[in-house]
Design a protein around this ligand. Structure first.
Ligand code: SF4
Length: 113
């Protein structure tokens, strides 16, 4: 009888232990995914970024190809930019889930209202 009780208790503790480890693993995965999502910079080589001529540095824009570019235009003063004025990187409605450089530019630039 006593041995049965101990065995049951052990089984119960093992179950709790397994659940705790599983929960910790899920929590750690969610945290790292959130951290990545928050800091993932847009790759200049991303097909959509290339199609729109995106550059992290507006000075490097291919001006022959993207004739709508005008000096002074940057992500920081674009309507699509979601970063705060002093942020180096911020979200952009054209590139969901990615961060663009405040000094960058792409051909979807629209003057901030
Ligand atoms: Fe930058 Fe505006 Fe192009 Fe987004 S749409 S990448 S904020 S210039």
């Amino acid at each position: 009888m006593e041995q049965d009780r101990i065995r049951n208790e052990r089984r119960h503790l093992l179950k709790i232990g397994t659940l705790t480890v599983a929960a910790a693993a899920v929590g750690s995965y969610a945290r790292s995914a959130a951290a990545q999502g928050a800091s993932q910079h847009l790759d200049e080589k991303d097909p959509q970024a290339q199609a729109l001529g995106y550059q992290h540095d507006a000075a490097k824009v291919d001006k022959a190809k993207f004739k709508n570019y005008q000096a002074g235009q940057t992500c920081a003063n674009c309507q699509q930019y979601q970063g705060k004025p002093k942020d180096e990187w911020g979200g952009c409605t054209i590139f969901p889930g990615k961060q663009v450089n405040a000094k960058g530019w792409c051909s979807a630039w629209v003057k901030k209202a």
